[in-house]
Design a protein around this ligand. Structure first.
Ligand SMILES: Cc1cc2nc3c(=O)[nH]c(=O)nc-3n(C[C@H](O)[C@H](O)[C@H](O)COP(=O)(O)OP(=O)(O)OC[C@H]3O[C@@H](n4cnc5c(N)ncnc54)[C@H](O)[C@@H]3O)c2cc1C
Length: 347
């Protein structure tokens, strides 16, 4: 599989849902991405009586998973159900959720009173003008190019001990190493099973780590993995090595590098940062960025955020956007008074 094919196999789309119409005129905020981060940001904004439009292409990162785990109260709920309820709640307060893909976002001429403006364009050519933007596009997990691996993603091929570790406890698990991050990953999975094999797969494993693995009973195999092998029912049965040997495993854990979904957002000029686990948009407190008027939240900036953390980050960003809009509204009102219009300039 090529990189593109692997990513397409992993970008599972949820079933299309009813879409609201795109708002006319200028809205207070456009949220790009309707996962946990984007929807929670939109919820805070809508409840603050801000006009908010979420534009979402419907392929959240955890779409392949049967349930969300590790999120208090909602543990065990399917991802699609959480998002369905989230969209409903945003709409309950007047927010709109539009099913579509943003292909371009860029700053536009400011309003007459100097307030920021952005133009956001969808794949079908529709456009919307907004005062502020919250980017919550999530990330892509970039799996190693091993035949058979991607088809089990989110089921028998897992990445996160907190998301599905309990579900694979006591199984024969293989760590398919991708680099130094896999070493720490192995100890977390060792907490879940006594039957753990570490496949170095061309990565370095220093002597100290080998000794620590040996102390915890983690077997190490240095022969490269060539493919994932299924049983007659299509379930993951093991991995084949370059020497032809098949090592029986029911689960493969992989610390796949993570890349923020930046496509279509290049026009915003948001800085990105490289981290040991991948690449994300750079952000500061409450999701602020170096680009005035643009915030980021969730996995697009915090690669290790889970659903709860992403939702919390979206809420913080939404509140900060509302705070900054309140300041801009007041500045405009003052300008309006100075110019003889008590309502202040808008539009
Ligand atoms: C297999 C798997 C299982 C997981 N299980 C768990 C779990 O059990 N518990 C847990 O807490 N976490 C889990 N996670 C992590 C969880 O998926 C993330 O923490 C969460 O999805 C991050 O939310 P988000 O809103 O930042 O991004 P996402 O949920 O990925 O949402 C981003 C949204 O933005 C949209 N989008 C992207 N680009 C555009 C664009 N240009 N235009 C319009 N829309 C766009 C996407 O379609 C998507 O709907 C799991 C992850 C994986 C891969």
């Amino acid at each position: 599989m090529t990189d593109k094919e692997t990513q397409e196999a992993m970008a599972v789309a949820t079933p299309p849902y009813a879409s609201d119409a795109l708002a006319e005129g200028t809205v207070d905020a456009v949220v790009i991405g309707g996962g946990a981060a984007g929807l929670n940001g939109a919820l805070i904004l809508a409840r603050s009586r801000r006009s908010v439009v979420v534009i979402d292409s419907g392929s959240p990162r955890n779409a392949p998973a049967e349930a969300v785990h590790g999120f208090i109260v909602l543990d065990g709920t399917p991802p699609s159900e959480i998002l369905r309820r989230g969209r409903e709640q945003v709409r309950q307060y007047g927010g709109r959720v539009v099913f579509g893909e943003v292909v371009s976002a860029e700053s536009a001429a400011p309003s007459a009173d100097g307030d920021l403006r952005f133009t956001v364009t969808l794949a079908d050519g529709r456009r919307i003008t907004t005062r502020r933007i919250l980017v919550a596009t999530g990330l892509t997990d970039v799996l190693p190019q091993v035949p058979g691996l991607a088809e089990h993603w989110g089921h028998s091929v897992v990445h996160c001990p907190y998301c599905h570790g309990w579900e694979v406890r006591d199984e024969p698990i293989g760590i398919l190493a991708t680099g130094p991050a896999s070493i720490g990953h192995a100890f977390l999975f060792r907490q879940l099973t006594e039957d753990l094999t570490y496949f170095t797969h061309g990565t370095d494993l220093d002597e100290d780590s080998r000794a620590r693995f040996a102390a915890r009973g983690i077997r190490v195999i240095d022969t490269p993995v060539t493919e994932v092998v299924n049983d007659e029912d299509g379930a993951l049965a093991g991995v084949r090595l370059a020497d032809g040997q098949v090592v029986a495993r029911r689960v493969v854990a992989v610390a796949a590098p993570m890349q923020a979904r930046t496509q279509g957002l290049e026009g915003l000029g948001l800085p990105v940062r490289d981290l040991p686990t991948g690449r994300g948009f750079a952000s500061g407190m409450a999701g602020t960025t170096e680009v005035p008027g643009v915030w980021v939240a969730g996995n697009a900036t915090d690669l290790v955020a889970q659903v709860g953390t992403s939702a919390a980050a979206g809420a913080l960003a939404g509140a900060d956007i509302n705070r900054m809009l309140a300041i801009a509204d007041t500045d405009a009102a003052l300008q309006g008074i100075a110019g003889g219009s008590p309502q202040g300039a808008t539009g």
